[in-house]
Design a protein around this ligand. Structure first.
Ligand code: HEM
Length: 256
């Protein structure tokens, strides 16, 4: 009953009462959902085309050209992974880390920079496929995008700039998360960077176990960081390495 009521009348959501963190989170979430919509449309187009000539009755002839099909297939994962999934996950974590650590986000300005970079970057990559039919198959790894005989050079440059913006946004997100976690304010006022680092990698749990086996006092009774923050902390290390490789490969391709 109350579910139907909420569905019809909504909650008493008041957009004017949102704080800066809620606003920036919502901006990124809205962009992520819009990109998801785009991905779903692309996916449906590809699926219709793969049905074969029977689908020509429902679809413009243009969609069946290999150049068109492969440019969609190239940019579909970029929009899905970066524009939608990255953006949604980043927004959730930028909100969750301050919420769980009870500390303010390091920089709301940087959070705005992140969603703008990822949005503009994804749009540029999409335009490279849409306008120049750039289609080296969603990868930025060497050497496919450097093939300038098969693909338009300008399309490749726009695509790589788009990916580079996404990666710069990714670095911004990682910096914001780490700066928030390591800020020695609030509950972490008396913690050292070393203690936060040990907790971030979950080493305190291991030390507790070792101490227990040795019959010693636990390393710490209360971990400095909650388990979800530890997961985000470690995940950000992977994301950092990925971004480093992708950005590095993009720069190599641009200059070679
Ligand atoms: C409703 C949403 C979606 C639909 C209907 C959809 C549909 C499709 C279809 C039909 C293909 C296969 C194209 C082919 O090989 O003929 C495909 C490929 C793919 N999709 Fe999606 N997709 C959706 C969402 C996503 C999302 C959110 C992501 C990423 C997070 C994603 C990532 C991929 C990847 C990586 C491929 C492989 C591309 C390749 O082989 O080069 N898709 N999708």
């Amino acid at each position: 009953m109350s579910f139907t009521k909420t569905l019809i009348h909504g909650t008493n959501f008041d957009h004017k009462s949102l704080n800066a963190l809620q606003k920036v989170t919502l901006r990124a979430v809205v962009m992520a959902f819009l990109f998801y919509g785009l991905v779903a449309i692309e996916g449906m187009i590809m699926r219709m085309v793969s049905i074969g000539p029977q689908a020509k009755a429902f679809m413009p002839e243009e969609f069946f050209h290999p150049d068109h099909f492969f440019s969609i297939m190239t940019v579909h994962p970029i929009v899905g992974i970066f524009g939608s999934t990255y953006q949604l996950v980043f927004a959730a974590f930028m909100f969750l880390v301050p919420y769980l650590t009870k500390k303010p986000l390091y920089s709301v300005k940087l959070a705005n920079f992140v969603w703008l970079n990822i949005t503009i970057g994804t749009a540029l990559a999409w335009l490279a496929a849409f306008i120049w039919q750039y289609a080296p198959m969603y990868t930025l790894y060497w050497p496919l995008p450097a093939d300038t005989t098969q693909f338009s050079t300008i399309g490749g440059i726009v695509f790589i700039i788009g990916i580079a913006l996404i990666m710069i946004g990714t670095f911004g997100f990682i910096y914001n998360i780490y700066a928030t976690i390591f800020a020695r304010v609030g509950v972490h006022k008396n913690k050292t960077t070393k203690e936060l680092l040990i907790s971030g990698f979950g080493i305190d749990g291991l030390l507790n176990l070792i101490n227990k086996l040795k019959g010693k006092e636990p390393y710490t009774k209360e971990p400095a960081l909650a388990l979800p923050v530890v997961a985000i902390f470690r995940g950000a290390v992977d994301t950092f390495l990925d971004a480093l490789v992708i950005l590095g490969a993009g720069i190599l391709v641009l200059f070679i």
